[in-house]
Design a protein around this ligand. Structure first.
Ligand code: HEM
Length: 172
C-alpha cells in the first residue's frame, strides 16, 4: 500500500476517532449531566453507572485511536522527530499540532483520574457493619467526588474543542 493510501486511511480513522471521543464528552456534559440533576439521587446513581460505563469505553477507544493514528500520521509524514524540537513551534502548523497533542495528553490524565480513581470510589459497596457515621462520611465523599467528576467532564469538553480547533485551523 502506497504512502498516500496509508495517510488517507489514517486520516479517516483520525477524523472518526475525533468525532467519537468529542461526541462522547459533549453528550456526557451537555445531555447526561444536566438530565441527572433532574432525577432523584437514587435513580440518578443507577443511570450514571449504566450510561457511564458505555461512555467510558467509548471515550477510551476514541482517545487510543487518536493517539495511535495521530502518532502514526506524524511518523508517516516525517514530522515525528522534528516535533520534539523547538524549531517546530516557530511555525503556526507546529503550534496547532502541539496544542492538539497537549489537549490529548491532558484529556488522557483526566480520563485516567475519572476511570481509575473516582469510579472505583463511586462503585465501592459499604459493608453490613457500616455505622451511621460511616454512611455520613461516605455521603460527603460521594458528593465531593461527584463535584470533581463534573468539573473534569466540563474540562474535557474544553480540551475536545481545543483539539478540534487545532485540527480545523492547522492548515489555515
Ligand atoms: C496524540 C494525539 C494526536 C496527534 C499526534 C495528532 C496528530 C494529527 C496530525 C499529524 C494531523 C494531520 C495534520 C496535517 O494534515 O498535516 C491531525 C489532524 C487532525 N487532528 Fe489530530 N492528533 C492527535 C489528537 C487529536 C485529537 C484528540 C483530536 C480531536 C478530538 C484531533 C483532531 C484532529 C483533526 C480534526 C484534524 C484535521 C483533520 C485531519 O486531517 O485529520 N487530533 N492530527
Amino acid at each position: 500500500m502506497g504512502l498516500e493510501d496509508q495517510l488517507r486511511i489514517l486520516r479517516l480513522f483520525h477524523i472518526l476517532g475525533a468525532v467519537t471521543v468529542a461526541g462522547a464528552v459533549m453528550f456526557n456534559g451537555l445531555v447526561i449531566l444536566p438530565a441527572l440533576r433532574r432525577i432523584p439521587p437514587a435513580q440518578a446513581t443507577v443511570v450514571a453507572q449504566r450510561v457511564g460505563t458505555g461512555l467510558m469505553y467509548l471515550g477510551w477507544a476514541g482517545l487510543i485511536v487518536q493517539g495511535i493514528t495521530g502518532i502514526a500520521r506524524m511518523e508517516r509524514m516525517g514530522i515525528l522527530r522534528p516535533f520534539f524540537t523547538f524549531e517546530m513551534f516557530d511555525t503556526a502548523y507546529g503550534r496547532w499540532l502541539g496544542l492538539m497533542v497537549l489537549a490529548w495528553l491532558l484529556w488522557l490524565v483526566a480520563a485516567a483520574i475519572q476511570t481509575f480513581w473516582f469510579r472505583p470510589l463511586l462503585l465501592r459497596r459499604m459493608p453490613y457493619t457500616t455505622t451511621l457515621r460511616d454512611l455520613e462520611r461516605r455521603r460527603a465523599t460521594l458528593e465531593r467526588i461527584s463535584t470533581w467528576q463534573e468539573r473534569l467532564s466540563y474540562a474535557t469538553i474544553v480540551l475536545a474543542l481545543l483539539a478540534l480547533l487545532a485540527g480545523g485551523l492547522i492548515h489555515a
